[in-house]
Design a protein around this ligand. Structure first.
Ligand code: ADP
Length: 293
């Protein structure tokens, strides 16, 4: 059993990006710049955005954090998005989700210039991904592809079972794994909350990608010997032995599943750390105008 080390892989990718930034600087070019819009004071969102800004510093990117109270109007938000769309300085930007209820999230996401949409949430990028055109891939699926590729895991002709059909993880993952490319060329089954007999499907999987947010849903009896298991779930469960009072648990019953696997991601330290690296990678691609060339 080989652990898929997301932390190490994320660090390697960030080092590669930092080296590219150093080269851009040495050639007198413009350093990539990421902006983030954060609405409100939700603890999780504040931490995520701060980590993204810190990561920019680490690789030598410029960054801007725009903060609003949670009573910000949709108009104000759309105005800021327009400004960032037109900014010469900002190569890519994100709107941290979730947004307050009075704001139409879809309208906000569609206001972002697809060329600067480094989260890959704009329908133009989703459509380009489905059509097999260059696009900004959402960070989590992009990170999973990197893990598979950097560990040289075979995917062609394999049966990949994706569990969860969210717009940001499960659905794009199922599309990417079925593509005529590496990683890809897999036979894909997409399971979700209406799937009858989930275990029937997972037991046939060479590769399982679980993105449901139900701790321990995937148990050892549901996994074939030698399977590759990628766990996207990170649910906070109470843990009085921790200072924080909680710990992160994945969708996979790691202790019992791991011995059966050829490869498996830990939680934490698997897919999670890659999302920031892939956001930076998308920002670099935006600055290089690689996606809409
Ligand atoms: P994420 O952001 O990680 O993708 P979401 O909460 O947005 O997570 O999506 C959860 C997905 O998990 C949904 O697509 C839902 O259909 C799926 N799901 C929820 N419960 C089950 C279940 N018991 N079995 C299979 N899939 C499930």
């Amino acid at each position: 059993m080989i652990l898929l080390d997301g932390k190490k892989t994320s660090e390697a990718i960030q080092q590669e990006i930092a080296a590219e930034v150093a080269e851009i600087k040495a050639n007198g070019g413009k350093v990539p710049h990421l902006a983030a819009i954060l609405v409100g004071n939700d603890g999780g969102s504040v931490t995520y955005v701060n980590n993204k800004v810190l990561a920019c510093d680490r690789v030598g990117f410029g960054s801007t954090l725009v903060r609003y109270n949670d009573d910000v109007t949709e108009e104000e938000l759309l105005g800021k998005i327009q400004e960032l769309n037109e900014s010469e300085e900002v190569d890519g930007f994100i709107v941290q989700l979730p947004l307050p209820k009075h704001i139409n999230t879809q309208k906000v996401l569609e206001a972002v210039d697809p060329k600067k949409d480094v989260d890959g949430f704009h329908p133009a990028n989703v459509g380009r991904m489905v059509a097999g055109l260059t696009s900004f891939l959402p960070a989590t699926p992009y990170g999973i592809l990197q893990l598979i590729e950097r560990y040289g895991i075979e995917t062609s002709g394999r049966h990949c079972v994706v569990i969860g059909r969210s717009n940001i993880v499960g659905s794009p993952m199922s599309i990417l794994m079925a593509k005529a490319a590496y990683p890809g060329n897999a036979t894909v089954t997409l399971c979700h909350r209406n799937t009858y007999d989930l275990a029937y499907h997972t037991r046939q999987a060479d590769i399982i990608i679980a993105a449901v947010g139900i701790p321990g849903l995937i148990t050892a009896d549901m996994v074939k010997e030698g399977a590759v298991v990628i766990d996207v779930g990170t649910t906070r469960v109470p843990d009085p032995t921790r200072k924080s009072g909680y710990r992160l648990r994945g969708d996979v019953d790691f202790d019992n599943v791991a011995p059966k696997c050829s490869y498996i991601t830990p939680v934490p330290g698997g897919v999670g750390p890659l999302t920031i690296a892939m956001l930076l990678k998308n920002t670099l691609r935006a600055a290089r105008k690689e996606v809409y060339a």
